[in-house]
Write a protein that binds this ligand. Structure first.
Ligand code: NDP
Length: 340
């Protein structure tokens, strides 16, 4: 097993901020990125934890990301807010858009946030979970770089295009799922490569279009959508929402911009937030939430089940008490990058 070091959540955050600031990030950008990276480490979502810091640095050095960008808010419609990220990173733009999205969802019943002109290297669950903490139902969608073949094809066209959904609960962890439309997130294949492990069958084809379990061949070829045409349909929808609809890049265009092969997608994110208090025919949000609990109880009534989001919240509780085991190689790489 590779060497690890135990770090507190605060130490992870400090390391991320220091590294990002040493490479030109403004305090606001560094803090926002560190918040999402730390949340991922804390929740056991390793492929979006500290492992991602070098990607942010590479995006600054080799892809034109603006580390001191100051995202700007504007209104597109009474229920649609835009944040122009100024070619900075997604976490700060999303933080800027969160309050306006919440306000509009409460006043309009449903509202949308179009985040444009950002580099997006993060998971989507933090922004969706934030909405559930306000009692809202939420969706989030973002494109990536063209790594995934359409159903039946073997050439990369779609991004790994994640979508996330969140449902608020009175008690307990909110229901949050956040999933790539590819069979696996690209970070998972990179982690397999780093660990020298084969990837499962069905994740990718090589450059020759043949199925592969070798992570390096997979990274050079095309990832596959999950569930064949069904995952491909979701990938297509994400391209349309986070690309065409909000006037930002498709994943293949993000790939064209990634001339140095940095792997930091430039593009947008689209979010929808819904206030349950404004939707139910009976006009009673508490009743809607209580009915949802009846469904969750039936899910959990079956052996072998759990609710999406539950795993992260269990790990979160442990991380707060005991800290987090981080790969020593990742920490060393970040310290080198930051010169600390
Ligand atoms: P996973 O397949 O690991 O998990 C997807 C979801 O399914 C999670 O919400 C998970 O909940 C839930 N889940 C898993 N197992 C169960 C189960 N047995 N019962 C109920 N729910 C379950 O995620 P992916 O590998 O597809 O994606 C990983 C991350 O990568 C995502 O956060 C995504 O946003 C990110 N990503 C980011 C990209 C970008 O360019 N910005 C591109 C692609 C992906 P739980 O968390 O509780 O385990």
């Amino acid at each position: 097993m590779s060497e690890t070091v135990r770090m507190s959540v605060a130490e992870i955050h400090d390391l991320a901020v220091q590294a990002l600031q040493s490479r030109g990030c403004s305090t606001a950008q560094a803090q926002a990125i560190a918040d999402t990276v730390t949340a991922a480490e804390r929740d056991g979502a390793r492929s979006h934890g500290l492992f991602r810091i070098p990607f942010y640095v590479k995006a600054i050095d080799g892809a034109g990301a603006q580390p001191a960008a100051d995202p700007a808010l504007s209104d597109l419609a009474p229920g649609v807010v835009r944040v122009d990220g100024g070619m900075g990173f997604a976490p700060l733009a999303l933080q800027r858009g969160a309050e306006p999205l919440i306000e509009r969802a409460r006043s309009q019943g449903i509202a949308a946030l179009a985040v444009t002109d950002v580099f997006h290297i993060a998971a989507l669950w933090p922004e969706v979970e934030r909405m559930t903490e306000e009692g809202l139902v939420a969706f989030a969608f973002t494109g990536a770089i063209n790594y995934v073949a359409p159903a039946g094809g073997t050439q990369p066209l779609y991004g790994t295009n994640p979508m996330a959904f969140g449902w608020p609960r009175e008690d307990g962890a909110p229901i949050v799922f956040d999933q790539a439309s590819s069979a696996a997130a690209r970070g998972e294949i990179q982690l397999h490569k780093r660990a020298g492990k084969p990837i499962p069958e069905g994740w990718a084809v090589g450059p020759d279009g043949e199925p592969t379990t070798d992570p390096e061949t997979a990274l050079a070829g095309a990832q596959l959508p999950f569930g064949g045409h069904k995952g491909a349909a979701i990938a297509l929808m994400v391209e349309l929402l986070a690309g065409a609809l909000i006037g930002d890049l498709f994943s293949y265009e993000a790939g064209e911009h990634d001339t140095n092969g940095v792997g930091a997608p430039r593009g947008g994110e689209f979010m929808i937030a819904i206030d349950p208090a404004r939707c139910a025919a009976h006009g009673d949000a508490a009743r809607s939430l209580a009915r949802a609990e009846e469904l969750f109880a039936r899910v959990l009534g079956q052996e072998g089940t759990r609710l999406p989001g539950q795993r992260r919240h269990e790990i979160r509780a442990r991380s707060r008490d005991q800290g987090v085991e981080v790969a020593q190689a990742t920490v060393d790489e970040i310290r080198d990058l930051a010169g600390i």
